[in-house]
Design a protein around this ligand. Structure first.
Ligand SMILES: [Cu+2]
Length: 305
């Protein structure tokens, strides 16, 4: 397990443990007091008549008072020290622009727009496909190969405004066509029964998507965030919150803010706005999908097992 993940887990467990201890003491004491001293339980004539605004000096207990100041202070100080590593991790040590996968986030009322600054590939192979499919895309060719001659597959591709279709019948197919790698490229392959066996999408740098973002697994992800005016709607405060990684940061008009995290497994997770930003704030949601990263060594990231 990566160290930063471990730091967060320790922090979470420690805070949970001490919250439960403190909660137990408070609630047991409170419930006891509610039951023990409820009306009718105490003979009122035996009560001392306390004067409002006058401290009953003769009843003070210096030891007890010292204890309830010192013990919680030590606890709070201990939790501060404990959270230092994790806080440093979250705010003090951003990945460099060269290493990180950077996504530009633009928040409007009430939408998330994500722009890639480098290409990202999303490749999906049907479960249990008995033959592998390899695809390579370059400026001039689309090349598909399978390890079997006995299949008859159909590939449909789109690339910006262009699109086309071809058959893969002898284990290999080449399409010579101009592929514009600055445009989004997608290709799906279906078998004889029309079932989709393979899909490939390559978002190029500067592709913007709305409400949905893809990031590679096992890589530092850095999001730079701005708030913008959309039509009549003013630029207002938002906050990007990614519960999966426990990171959240405000998005402030005229300022660029930043958030970073490191996914260790693939999957689709929530994106929410955590700063009230107007009528449709509650619907300002999105989706972040962590896709397999062939460069990763982690099995959970689709890397070499
Ligand atoms: Cu918002």
């Amino acid at each position: 397990m990566a160290t930063e993940e471990l730091a967060w887990k320790t922090l979470y467990n420690q805070f949970m443990f001490w919250s439960i201890i403190v909660g137990l003491i408070v609630f047991v004491w409170m419930i006891y007091s509610i039951l023990r001293f409820r009306q009718g339980m105490v003979d009122e004539s035996t009560l001392e008549k306390l004067e409002p605004g006058t401290f009953p000096k003769e009843r003070d207990n210096l030891r007890l008072e010292t204890a309830w100041v010192v013990v919680p202070s030590i606890l709070v100080a201990w939790l501060c020290v404990l959270s230092w590593t994790s806080l440093y991790d979250a705010w003090g040590n951003p990945p460099s622009d060269e290493e990180a996968f950077i996504v530009e986030v633009t928040a409007t009322q009430w939408n998330w727009a994500f722009t890639y600054t480098e290409p990202i590939v999303i490749e999906e192979v049907a479960d249990g496909l008995p033959y592998p499919i390899h695809l390579s895309v370059s400026e001039g060719t689309i090349l598909v190969s399978t390890s079997t001659m006995d299949v008859n597959l159909t590939a449909i591709w789109t690339n910006g405004p262009a699109n086309g279709q071809f058959n893969i019948s002898s284990g290999l197919a080449t399409q010579n066509t101009i592929v514009d790698l600055h445009e989004m490229f997608s290709l799906t392959i279906t078998d004889e029964d029309g079932l989709q066996v393979y899909s490939y999408v390559r978002y190029s740098a500067q592709t913007a998507s709305s409400g949905e973002v893809f990031v590679p697994c096992d890589r530092d992800i850095k999001m730079t965030m701005t708030s913008e005016r959309l039509g009549e709607a003013d630029a207002v405060l938002h906050a990007l919150f990614l519960p999966e990684w426990g990171v959240k940061e405000d998005i402030v008009p005229t300022i660029e803010t930043m958030i970073y995290f490191h996914p260790y497994e693939t999957g689709t997770f929530d994106v929410v706005c955590a700063e009230y930003c107007g009528m449709r704030h509650a619907y300002m949601t999105g989706q972040i999908t962590v896709v397999a990263n062939p460069d990763s060594k982690l099995e959970s990231c689709g890397g070499g097992a």
